[in-house]
Design a protein around this ligand. Structure first.
Ligand code: COA
Length: 178
């Protein structure tokens, strides 16, 4: 498996993986109407904006690729918050490849890439309250729960999420791959 920065050539593969992962894992939080409807088009628009229009200095997008197929990705916004640091906005591994260390490697590579762009070592993210599997994952890799929020999903649904934080992402960056 190779980890590398995403390019505009990855837009379709990432958007499909993202939509499939939302459909499988966000049901109940995001409306069925959205998940069963235009979610691929929604993600294509988002990923086109991110990988074509956004200056790469302010974001990091890393893909995990196996035999030319994208099997995971992580997207981060550098220095998103003065207190909590850089935001890991999305992290998804293809359904059939979970629990093989890919998420851990993506988080490690994300920490490394973010730390190369900012002196701030803090990293944080939001995880849906219903997503207990992802919460277990973040706790397994050293994340600490710190607060919660109610906000709107991209489809306008009211959603509840916990904040997970890494005060010093250097430890994540140094974590050895399995
Ligand atoms: C959450 C996610 C990114 C984790 O990636 P992954 O590649 O499956 O995780 P890893 O294999 O690196 O897991 C590392 C450790 O985290 C913990 N962990 C991972 N998934 C877990 C689960 N479902 N339940 C309990 N612990 C889990 C385990 O301790 C695991 O180590 P182990 O397999 O040796 O026991 C992945 O499962 C995923 O894409 N989920 C769907 C999308 C999602 O929820 N994204 C997060 C949005 S905030």
């Amino acid at each position: 498996m190779e980890l590398r920065p995403a390019t505009p050539d990855d837009i379709r593969a990432i958007a499909r993986l993202h939509a499939d992962s939302w459909r499988r894992n966000y049901r109940g939080a995001y409306s069925d109407e959205f998940l069963d409807g235009n979610v691929v088009a929604d993600r294509l628009a988002t990923w086109t904006e991110r990988l074509v229009l956004t200056p790469p200095t302010s974001t990091c997008t890393i893909v995990a690729e196996l035999d030319g197929v994208v099997i995971g990705f992580a997207h981060s916004v550098v220095d998103d918050d003065p207190r909590w640091g850089s935001l890991v906005d999305n992290l998804h591994v293809v359904h059939g490849s979970k629990r093989r260390g890919i998420g851990s490697r993506l988080m490690s590579a994300t920490a490394e890439a973010v730390l190369a762009k900012t002196p701030c070592t803090a990293l944080y993210l939001w995880v849906l309250k219903q997503n207990t599997a992802a919460q277990s994952f973040y706790e397994a890799i050293g994340g600490v729960r710190a607060g919660e929020k109610i906000s709107k999903s991209p489809a306008g649904d009211t959603i509840e999420a916990f904040r997970y934080t890494w005060h010093d992402a250097t430890m994540l960056a140094l974590a050895s791959p399995r």
